[in-house]
Design a protein around this ligand. Sequence first.
Ligand code: PEP
Ligand code: MG
Length: 322
Amino acid sequence: EKEALKVLVNAKSITKDGHQVELAGNIGGFKDVEGVLKNGGEGVGLFRTEFLYMDNDHFPTEDEQFEAYKAVLEGMQGRRVVVRTLDIGGDKKLSYFTFPEEMNPFLGYRAIRLCLDRTDIFRTQLRALIRASVYGRLCIMFPMIATVKEFRDAKAIFNEEKAKLIEEGVQVADNIEVGMMVEIPAAAVNADNFAKEADFFSIGTNDLIQYSMAADRMSEHVSYLYQPYNPSVLRLIKMTIDGAHKEGKWAGMCGAMAGEPYAVPLLLGMGLDEFSMSATQILKARKMVTSLDKNEAAKLAEEALKLATAEEVLDLVKKAVD
Ligand code: PEP
Ligand code: MG
């Protein structure tokens, strides 16, 4: 089977009726770039930059970060690289930074919330990213955005740092896309408004499902509520994709659902433009995409969105593709 998949490494991710999508890889750093390319990844859909911070005993300096981002952008040779700004907090702690005591860290001071409070940390990262932008095709996205105001504030800081660098005579790319993760239900429901200001969306289903179902993603006691095929989750995904397309923006997904074989037909049918997953899942996903018809997938998704339970949705998909 591995050999059969290998022929797909250089193939396009295109359906039988000619609809093309992008299949990308999730990475934690430069060391993962080779795996993405070897497995036929067409880009990086999620660079989780928190590892730069977690595998360290100090906040990485602007220059240290610049080198890390440059290496990834160069390694991807002009392919799209979506870098997520610092997503720390929740379960992700730093040895050299004290988080406030909170009852619910996953609902607390983390990710963009922390970055908009500690703008010194945020500005350092943005400067490193903007400086690295000339070495490839950079997209930046903010994690855990709940309100349009947060997006605006983050984007304004990005614009300020970009302007400062230009003023300082530093070369920067003029086509850096600035988007956001959709991983809080409030953002999914308000997607059409966000899409007027964000260049793209990337749906983070790991958190989107956790927050929709009010079920801790780390707790095995409630793991039955991790339901990617639940119609509630599918409807949030649909609203996000539709919101993006209404404004001519693209919508991707970088949560684990993007690499689930039975989810691919549904997501393709709902119009998802980019799927980002572990490198080792890319070729299987490509096999699935190339065996599907976009039109039929759209009808399948439409049927699925009318169903009541995750079990019913999964049965429907299995009947269609197995
Ligand atoms: C997600 O929430 O789906 C996601 C991709 O981000 P993380 O798993 O890093 O929270
Ligand atoms: Mg997340």
